[in-house]
Design a binder for this molecule. Structure first.
Ligand code: UD1
Ligand code: F6R
Length: 371
């Protein structure tokens, strides 16, 4: 039931405060002053020793699920100290890339049925890796065939373009980083800040959803364009890829997510006064580097739309012509959950409601079985 919403994607975008709440329900333990805060993922607890001993963690997925894993990669590396590599399922299979018994392979899939991801799971099982699933669908093939895993519990996702599953996947993988990482004294403050950030995340999502109308207005300006570039780095490289994927899929417009650190090595040649460019420059360890990227894009007369933390508009905008999207600031590793939402909301009016009314069953089947 779509309730007051015109179509499922819109409903699911607005549902994210609630879907994130159910994702975290029963999993965050808030300690009192004498006790540290902690995280419990029932599906992983018997396998944590094996995961911590693994030589490498490999994230495997397709599309939006791959992007969610990419967003979580830095925090998993930071807290676990284990090398984390990324594989798009079809590419892993095309290369028949090495997977070892000492690897933990993490399969990320909303439906739990995506053919390429399932084939990659088969391949990793044959190669003896510990296989962990992160899926939204209880009883799905990936949930059944992995050794262990975590259900993201975001609720059924009907819209073809994945939205609430993406944010819940990131929340689960941040929690996974917390349970895998050592609970050392030196990491305590950081861990507590992330747990507090998770607890408060639904409120911050509610806040960023208020940009809905502003994003629709921006979309009206962009609709006639040929292309849109999205620059991100660090935690928000994934946001750039995911924003661009959504623009392609929903607005049927060319868009490219670009790693800002690669700007000088090719993409800068594209920049002129016509091409709109979104730059994600919220506060984190990469902020000053993003400021200098903005300066360089401005010097090339790029048409800039900058996403920044609340209150930062004047420190990121090189000129009056630059548009700003100000979002609430959260703990750096959770910022991708917030930053993707205006990009999702921008696309709401591009979505034709009719097919969703009539073809829900077809879409559900499509979403589950076609890659
Ligand atoms: C489980 C219950 C939940 C209950 C909670 C109370 C289920 C599905 N979940 O949640 O209803 O409220 O205990 O303690 O019954 N798994 C995989 N692969 C995957 C995903 C999950 O093997 O891709 C496995 C997990 O290792 C685990 C089981 O499925 O054995 C359930 O996972 P999950 O729902 O995440 O566990 P809990 O959060 O503990
Ligand atoms: C994009 C989208 C797809 C899926 C991809 C993987 O909005 O929905 O890119 O993310 O097909 O699907 P799952 O997560 O079900 O394995």
């Amino acid at each position: 039931n779509k309730g007051k919403y015109e179509h499922y994607m819109q409903k699911e975008i607005h549902e994210q405060p609630e879907s994130l709440t159910t994702t975290m329900r029963g999993r965050l333990i808030r300690g009192d002053s004498s006790k540290a805060k902690s995280v419990l993922l029932g599906g992983l607890k018997d396998h944590l020793k094996t995961i911590r001993r693994s030589r490498r963690i490999v994230f495997i997925g397709c599309g939006t699920s791959y992007n969610a894993a990419l967003a979580a990669r830095p925090i998993l590396e930071e807290l676990s100290g284990i090398p984390v590599s990324m594989e798009i399922a079809s590419d892993l299979l095309d290369r028949q890339a090495p997977i070892y018994r000492e690897d933990t392979a993490v399969f990320v899939s909303q439906s739990g049925e995506t053919a390429d991801t399932l084939l990659a799971l088969q391949y990793a099982l044959e190669n003896g890796a510990l296989c962990v699933g992160i899926t939204n669908t209880v009883g799905s093939a990936i949930a059944r065939h992995t050794h262990c895993g975590v259900h993201i519990n975001a609720g059924c996702e009907i819209g073809v373009a994945s939205t609430k599953a993406y944010t819940s996947q990131i929340a689960v993988m941040a929690m996974m980083a917390l349970v895998i990482g050592d609970d050392t004294i030196s990491s305590q403050a950081r861990r507590n800040a992330i747990i507090d950030g998770l607890v408060d995340l639904p409120n911050k999502v509610r806040e960023v959803l208020k940009l809905d109308q502003e994003m629709k207005n921006l979309a009206k300006l962009l609709i006639a364009e040929q292309s849109l570039l999205v620059f991100g780095r660090g935690y928000n490289y994934a946001t750039a890829l995911e924003g661009a994927l959504k623009v392609k899929e929903v607005a049927l417009m060319h868009s490219e997510g670009i790693l800002a650190g690669e700007m000088k090595h090719g993409p800068l040649a594209l920049v002129d006064e016509n091409l709109p460019i979104v730059v994600i420059a919220t506060r984190d360890g990469c902020f000053s580097k993003q400021q200098s990227v903005i300066q360089q894009l401005h010097a090339r007369k790029g048409r800039l739309i900058v996403m920044c933390s609340k209150g930062d508009a004047s420190s990121v905008c090189p000129s009056e012509s630059c548009r700003v999207i100000e979002v609430p600031q959260v703990e750096d590793c959770l910022q991708p959950v917030i930053n993707v939402i205006p990009l999702q909301a921008m696309l709401i009016d591009f979505n034709d409601p009719m097919p969703f009314d009539e073809l829900v069953v077809v879409f559900l089947t499509y979403k589950s079985y076609v890659t």
